[in-house]
Design a protein around this ligand. Structure first.
Ligand code: TXE
Length: 488
C-alpha cells in the first residue's frame, strides 16, 4: 500500500497556514450537503449497517449535523491563543497556542459508521490537521458519506483521505507513522493499536466501549424507567458502546420493574425497531455469553434465541451470581441486558464499579440530590440522571469518553477539540531586568541561595506581613548579589 501521508503532509502544511475562521468557512458547506441528502444517506447506512431508518436519521445524520454545527460555531473561540498571567514571573507575557498534530489517523468502527468518524475527523480538520480515515471494513459506504460531503468543500487535495481495508490496513497505517491516532473499537484491538503506536510513540485516543449500567432507585417512575431500559439496551441491536448492558435495581421494586421490562422487551417489533447484527462475528459473542449464563444457572426471563441469522431477540438475564457472568463483566454488544438488585446506595455504587470499564452510567430516581450523590461516586465518563447515557452522544458540548477498559481521551466538547492539537507556550521577557544576568544563573553563592529561599517562603506565606518580610529579605539578598558578585 502506498502511503497517503506524504500527500497529506503537503496539504496540511498549507491548511495549517489558514486561520481557524477560514477553515470553518471552507468546511461549512459539508453540513448543508449532509442535510440536503439526509434521506439518501440514511438509507445507505440502514442498508449497510442494518440499523432502522429512524436510527440512521437520528443517530448518524442528526448527530453528525449537531456535532458539525457546534464545532463550526465554537472552534474559533476554543482554538484561539490563550494569554496567561504568571504568578512566579508577573512581569512576563505568556500565551498558549494550539498547534495541529500534523496527520491524524482515525480508525473507525462499524456500529456508528458515520457519526463516530464525523466527531473525530471534523474537529481534527478544524484544528489544522490532515486526516486519514480507515473505516471499518464492514461499513465503508457509510463512512464514504464523509468523503462525499467534504469533496464539495474547498480543501487542499490530500487533506482528507479515506482508505478502505481491514485490520491489516489499519496496522500498516499505524506503522507508517501518523502524528496522532484516534481509535474506536474493541478492547483487544485497542491494546494492539496502543502497543503499535507506542513504538514511535504516537499519542492515542481510545474509545473501547463499555458494560454501562443503569441504577434504578425505589422511587423511580417505573413505567418510564422500564421504557428507558428497553430502548437503551436494544437500540441499534444493542451494538452501541454506551448501550445499557447492566441493570442495578432496588430490591423492593425489582419484581415489578422486571415484569414491566420483560413486557416492553417482548413488544419490540423486530421488523421496524430492532437493528440487525452488522458484524457476523458478533453472533459468536452472543452465543458464548448466553452459554456462560446458562452454565451458571442464571435465568433468562425473555429472549435468548435468534429470530434469524442477523437478529437476537431482546434478552434479559438475571439471577444470583450474575456479577461473575460474562454478560456482566464483558461487553456483549447485542440486545442483551443483565439485571441484579441492590439494598442501599453504597451497594449500588459497588455493583456499578465492579467492572473494569466505565463509559456512561445512568441513575433513575425522583430524588435528584440522591442521584447527584450516587453519580459523584460512579467510575464513568458520563452519568445521566433520569436518561440513558447514550442519548448524550448527540449533545456536542459534552466530552465523550471513558475510564479504565473503556479507554481514554475524549471526543466532543472542548476537550475533544483540544485533543486534536498540542499546546505550545510562547513566553517573552526583556533582557537585563535584574542586572546583567538572571539572578538564578551562575555562579551560585549564599546571597543567591538566600534570595531564592526568601522567594520560596514568600510564595508560601499567606499573611501580608510575612510576605512583606520575605520580600525585604529577597531585596537585600539581590542587592548584595548585584554589588558583590564578580560578573561572569
Ligand atoms: O472491532 P475491532 P470488532 C467492541 C464490541 C464488539 C467488539 C468486536 O464489544 O463486540 O468490539 O468488534 C480496525 N490495527 N466494539 O472486532 O476489531 C478494524 O478494521 C489497526 C466497541 O469489529 O476493534 C476496524 O476499523 N486497526 C465499539 C476497527 O479497528 C485494526 C465499536 C474496529 O475493529 C486492527 C466496535 C489492527 N491490528 C466494536 N484490527 C465502540 N467503542 O463503540 C482491527 N482494526
Amino acid at each position: 500500500m502506498s502511503s497517503p501521508y506524504p500527500r497529506a503532509r503537503l496539504a496540511q502544511a498549507r491548511w495549517a497556514q489558514l486561520s481557524v475562521e477560514e477553515r470553518v468557512r471552507r468546511i461549512s458547506p459539508a453540513v448543508q450537503a449532509l442535510a440536503d441528502r439526509m434521506d439518501e444517506f440514511a438509507q445507505r447506512i440502514h442498508e449497510e449497517n442494518g440499523k432502522p431508518m429512524m436510527e440512521a436519521v437520528t443517530h448518524e445524520i442528526g448527530a453528525s449535523i449537531s456535532t458539525m454545527r457546534w464545532l463550526l460555531d465554537t472552534a474559533p473561540r476554543i482554538l484561539q491563543d490563550r494569554s496567561l498571567s504568571l504568578s512566579v514571573f508577573p512581569n512576563r507575557k505568556a500565551r498558549v497556542q494550539r498547534v495541529p498534530w500534523g496527520v491524524v489517523l482515525v480508525i473507525g468502527p462499524w456500529n456508528v459508521p458515520l457519526g463516530i468518524p464525523v466527531s473525530q475527523v471534523i474537529p481534527a480538520l478544524l484544528a489544522g490537521n490532515a486526516v486519514v480515515l480507515k473505516p471499518s471494513e464492514l461499513t465503508p459506504r457509510s463512512a464514504g458519506i464523509l468523503a462525499e460531503i467534504l469533496g464539495g468543500c474547498d480543501l487542499p487535495a490530500g487533506l482528507f483521505t479515506l482508505i478502505e481495508g481491514a485490520g491489516d490496513v489499519g496496522a500498516e497505517l499505524i506503522a507508517q507513522r501518523p502524528d496522532k491516532l484516534m481509535f474506536t473499537g474493541s478492547v483487544a484491538t485497542g491494546r494492539e493499536v496502543m502497543a503499535a503506536a507506542a513504538r514511535h510513540p504516537i499519542p492515542v485516543t481510545l474509545e473501547l466501549g463499555g458494560v454501562d449500567a443503569m441504577i434504578v432507585c425505589e422511587d423511580a417512575d417505573l413505567e418510564f424507567t422500564a421504557s428507558a431500559a428497553a430502548w437503551g439496551s436494544t437500540f441499534n441491536g444493542g451494538q452501541v458502546c454506551a448501550s445499557v448492558e447492566r441493570l442495578i435495581v432496588h430490591a423492593s421494586i425489582r419484581d415489578r420493574f422486571q415484569s414491566l421490562l420483560v413486557d416492553k422487551l417482548e413488544r419490540i417489533d423486530p421488523r421496524s425497531d430492532l437493528g440487525h447484527i452488522t458484524a457476523p462475528r458478533q453472533r459468536q459473542i452472543y452465543e458464548a455469553h448466553l452459554a456462560d449464563a446458562r452454565d451458571r444457572g442464571l435465568e433468562i426471563p425473555t429472549g435468548g434465541r435468534f429470530l434469524g441469522p442477523r437478529q437476537l431477540a431482546p434478552t434479559l438475564v438475571a439471577g444470583p451470581g450474575i456479577e461473575q457472568a460474562d454478560v456482566w463483566q464483558q461487553e456483549t454488544f447485542g440486545p442483551v441486558v443483565a439485571l441484579t438488585e441492590f439494598t442501599d446506595d453504597a451497594h449500588a455504587i459497588a455493583l456499578h464499579n465492579s467492572v473494569s470499564s466505565g463509559l456512561t452510567a445512568s441513575v433513575f430516581t425522583a430524588d435528584v440530590a440522591r442521584a447527584e450523590r450516587i453519580a459523584g461516586q460512579l467510575r464513568a465518563g458520563l452519568v445521566s440522571i433520569n436518561d440513558v447515557g447514550a442519548t448524550l452522544y448527540g449533545q456536542p458540548e459534552l466530552p465523550w469518553g471513558g475510564v479504565g477498559a473503556s479507554g481514554f481521551g475524549r471526543s466532543h466538547g472542548e476537550e475533544g477539540l483540544l485533543d486534536c492539537s498540542w499546546p505550545r507556550v510562547v513566553e517573552q521577557t526583556r533582557v537585563g531586568v535584574f542586572g546583567p544576568k538572571r539572578p538564578w544563573w551562575y555562579p551560585y553563592d549564599h546571597h543567591q541561595q538566600a534570595l531564592m529561599a526568601a522567594f520560596g517562603r514568600g510564595l508560601a506565606a499567606r499573611a501580608p506581613a510575612q510576605r512583606l518580610g520575605q520580600a525585604l529579605r529577597a531585596g537585600r539578598s539581590l542587592a548584595a548579589m548585584l554589588s558583590r558578585r564578580p560578573r561572569l
